[in-house]
Design a protein around this ligand. Structure first.
Ligand SMILES: [Zn+2]
Ligand SMILES: [Zn+2]
Length: 133
């Protein structure tokens, strides 16, 4: 028998809140960089013109020009820019409210299924139920 079996590390798995904050901040920062990344790419590929209303932008008001994902999937970022559209903030807003109306309207069983699977916390809430089992 080896005499080392008593050296159990009990601290493993414990993350203090400070470290948690740091991890969250890092994740946020990475997300920001990613978002910034595709916006810059799209602005490089596409003209600085709103694809909906045709408004032109310059360096002065470029912050009002946003990048929209045509398929509404922010993970889909092909480098050729085929999923990106430069939209002014107003048209972008409109585009998304349109999409939400469509989703809320139902009718399409596929979109209904999509909204159901799109609740990452539903399961968590289930797990937290005290009367489980
Ligand atoms: Zn516009
Ligand atoms: Zn969008």
């Amino acid at each position: 028998m080896a005499g080392n079996s008593r050296q159990k590390r009990q601290k493993v798995g414990k993350i203090n809140s400070e470290e948690m904050d740091r991890i969250v901040a890092l994740a946020k920062q990475k997300e920001q960089e990613r978002l910034k990344g595709y916006r810059e790419q799209s602005l490089r590929i596409h003209p600085w013109i709103c694809a909906r209303c045709g408004r032109e932008f310059t360096l002065k008001n470029l912050h009002l020009l946003t990048v929209h994902h045509k398929d509404h999937n922010h993970e889909n970022n092909p480098p050729d820019g085929s999923n990106w559209e430069n939209l002014c903030i107003y048209c972008h807003d409109h585009e998304h409210s349109k999409y939400m109306d469509y989703e809320a309207g139902g009718g399409d069983p596929q979109s209904e299924e999509k909204t159901v699977t799109h609740k990452p916390f539903a399961r968590l809430a289930d797990l937290l139920k005290p009367d489980k089992g």
